[in-house]
Design a protein around this ligand. Structure first.
Ligand SMILES: CC(C)(COP(=O)(O)OP(=O)(O)OC[C@H]1O[C@@H](n2cnc3c(N)ncnc32)[C@H](O)[C@@H]1OP(=O)(O)O)[C@@H](O)C(=O)NCCC(=O)NCCS
Length: 189
């Protein structure tokens, strides 16, 4: 018996979700400084990123009435191997669905999975001001760890960015390898 298709809540992203994700993020690229890109992306760029990273980095979407209404995903913080236990996390909720708990539901799943995989830190880069994003990150235990003044110029002005860090494990032990998503023994994904 086939299971009914999930229409509400959070699940792992699939290739067919990415055009809707692209549209959600392009809205913010066009209209705001929360994303420092100055031109919209094509769905293919999202598909390439997802395909390149999906085994090691979780991507979740939030569904409302069967439609993709938000995305939270993890990505490499930097390519050099000593950074392997640090990841960058990003979250976008469609303008029509903000303020209804979707950002929190997405981050809840994303951070639990990253912790289960063995990541030590999640980093968020937030262009400032962004009261909603700062509130969300701090609610999930991210701490402010620095700021770059006038880091980018967009929509006629200079904008600062802030760095927020969430640490998962506070011990000094050498870390084990990151667990690929397919090998997680819990139901986290
Ligand atoms: C930031 C964002 C992801 C938050 O998602 P959301 O679904 O709107 O947030 P939620 O409804 O889950 O709220 C989470 C918490 O953040 C706080 N919050 C959300 N929006 C806020 C706002 N505009 N001002 C102040 N606090 C806000 C709420 O107080 C809430 O905490 P609570 O549950 O204790 O009330 C969403 O607003 C968004 O996509 N914004 C535009 C894109 C963006 O800035 N992304 C982040 C890039 S770093």
């Amino acid at each position: 018996m086939s299971t009914p298709e999930q229409r509400e809540g959070v699940r792992l992203a699939r290739a067919e979700d990415l055009p809707a994700v692209c549209e959600i993020v392009n809205f913010y690229i066009r209209t705001s400084t929360v994303n420092f890109r100055t031109s919209p992306q094509l769905p293919e760029e999202w598909e390439q990123d997802w395909a390149a990273h999906r085994e090691r980095y979780p991507w979740y979407v939030a569904l409302v009435g069967g439609e993709v209404a938000g995305i939270a995903y993890a990505a490499p913080w930097k390519a050099r191997n000593a950074y392997d236990w640090t990841t960058e996390t990003t979250v976008y909720v469609s303008d029509r669905h903000r303020g209804r708990g979707l950002g929190s539901a997405l981050y809840e799943r994303l951070l639990k999975t990253l912790e289960a995989q063995g990541y030590r830190s999640a980093m968020a880069v937030v262009s400032l001001p962004n009261e909603g994003s700062v509130a969300l990150h701090e609610a999930f235990g991210f701490e402010s760890v620095g700021r770059i003044h006038a880091a980018g110029h967009k929509l006629g002005g200079w904008h600062d960015i802030g760095f927020w860090q969430r640490r998962f494990v506070l011990d000094e032990d050498a870390p084990g390898p990151i667990t690929p998503l397919a090998d997680l023994s819990t139901e986290a994904p």
